[in-house]
Design a protein around this ligand. Structure first.
Ligand code: PSU
Ligand code: MN
Length: 309
C-alpha cells in the first residue's frame, strides 16, 4: 500500500486546531520568500503577511518542504530558514513526490502550496502574483494554472505579472474552467499596476460577496479553484511606463543570458528590482501583505457563512 499524505504532513498545532475547529485559516506560499524577494525584505514580508492574516481574523499557515516533510505553518525560525533558502528547490506541484522521497527542502510555488493546503483542509491562500503563460513561443505555462483547475482552493493574487502574456493567461484559465473574479475591480490587475486593460466578467466587492461566490462555486465545482484578483493598493502602484521599461530590459537580459524554466521568474523579478531602483520590491511587498489581509477577511467570512447555513 502507498503511504497516505498524513505521513508527509507536519501541521503546526495552532493550524491543526483551527482546521479541526472549523476556524478561518489562510495558506501562504514560500517561493516568493526564497526566490522572489531579497533578504531582509523576504523575512519582513513573511511576518507582515502572517500578521495581516491574523488582523483579519484568520490563522496564517505558511507552507514549505523541510527535510522531506510538508510543513503547514512555520515557526519564526523556520521562516528565517526559508528566507535564507535561495538554494532551496523551487517546488511546483509536480516536484512534491520526488522532494519528499529524497527528504529534501523546497520552497513551494502557488501550485505546490495549493496542493498542500487542500490536503491539510485549507481552502484559501494568498500569494503575490500567480504564474501564467510566458511571453513568446517557449510553451512555458505555469503549473499554477492547471493546479487551480484541479484543487478546490481560492487564490488571492494581484493578477499576474506583466512579464507574462496576460491575454493568453486569461484564455488558458477560461479553457480550464477556472473563474477569475475581480476583487473591487472589473479588470485583471497586472501585479505592480492595477491595470492591464483586460476586462473581467466577474467582480465582487468585499469579503462577504467573495465568500458567497466561493460557496456557490464549490457547490457546483467541489474540486476546482477560483482566482481572486486583488489590485495592488493605489498608493503603492508603480507607473506603468516604469514597469514596462524595466520589464523589457529584464526580458532582453533573460534572452541574452538564455535563462529559462524555473529560473526565469526569479531572474526577471531580480532584474526588475535593479531596473526600478528597488521600487518594485516595495510594491511587491505591499501587494503581498494586502493579498494576505484580503484572504484573511474572505476566510473569516466563509467561516461565518458556514456557521449560519
Ligand atoms: N508572487 C510573487 N513573487 C513570486 C511568485 C509569486 O510576488 O516569486 C512565485 C510564485 O511562487 C509562483 C511562481 O507560483 O512565482 C511562478 O513561477 P513559474 O513562473 O516558474 O511557474
Ligand atoms: Mn515555467
Amino acid at each position: 500500500m502507498r503511504p497516505g499524505v498524513e505521513t508527509f504532513l507536519s501541521i503546526a498545532p495552532e493550524v491543526a486546531a483551527a482546521v479541526d475547529g472549523g476556524q478561518a485559516v489562510v495558506a501562504l506560499e514560500s517561493t516568493l520568500l526564497a526566490h522572489g524577494l531579497p533578504w531582509p525584505d523576504n523575512i519582513e514580508v513573511a511576518l507582515q503577511a502572517e500578521q495581516a492574516v491574523r488582523q483579519s481574523g484568520a490563522v496564517p499557515a505558511t507552507i514549505a518542504v523541510l527535510a522531506g516533510r510538508i510543513h503547514i505553518g512555520l515557526s519564526r525560525e523556520q521562516l528565517e530558514t526559508v528566507a535564507h533558502g535561495q538554494g532551496f528547490f523551487k517546488a511546483s506541484a509536480a516536484d512534491l513526490g520526488p522532494l519528499l522521497a529524497a527528504q529534501s527542502d523546497g520552497a513551494t510555488t502557488v501550485s505546490a502550496t495549493v496542493v498542500a493546503a487542500a490536503r491539510a483542509g485549507i481552502f484559501v491562500m494568498a500569494t503575490g502574483g500567480i504564474g501564467g503563460v510566458h511571453r513568446g513561443d517557449s510553451f512555458d505555462i505555469s503549473c499554477d494554472l492547471t493546479t487551480l483547475a484541479s484543487e478546490p482552493v481560492a487564490v488571492v493574487s494581484a493578477g499576474a505579472k506583466s512579464i507574462l502574456d496576460l491575454p493568453r493567461t486569461l484564455e488558458y484559465l477560461e479553457t480550464l474552467g477556472v473563474p477569475v473574479v475581480g476583487y473591487g475591480t472589473g479588470e485583471l490587475p497586472a501585479f505592480y499596476t492595477p491595470h492591464s486593460g483586460l476586462g473581467l466578467v466577474h467582480r465582487v466587492d468585499g469579503p462577504d460577496s467573495a465568500a458567497r461566490v466561493l460557496r456557490s462555486h464549490w457547490a457546483v465545482h467541489p474540486g476546482r479553484g477560483v482566482l481572486l484578483a486583488n489590485p495592488i493598493p493605489v498608493a503603492e502602484a508603480l507607473p506603468s511606463e516604469l514597469v514596462e521599461r524595466a520589464m523589457q530590459a529584464a526580458l532582453q537580459a533573460a534572452e541574452a543570458e538564455h535563462v529559462g524554466g524555473k529560473a526565469l521568474t526569479p531572474f526577471l523579478l531580480g532584474r526588475i528590482a535593479t531596473e526600478t531602483g528597488l521600487r518594485s520590491v516595495r510594491a511587491n511587498r505591499a501587494l503581498i501583505v494586502d493579498n494576505a489581509r484580503v484572504a484573511g477577511q474572505i476566510a473569516a467570512s466563509l467561516t461565518q457563512q458556514r456557521a449560519v447555513a
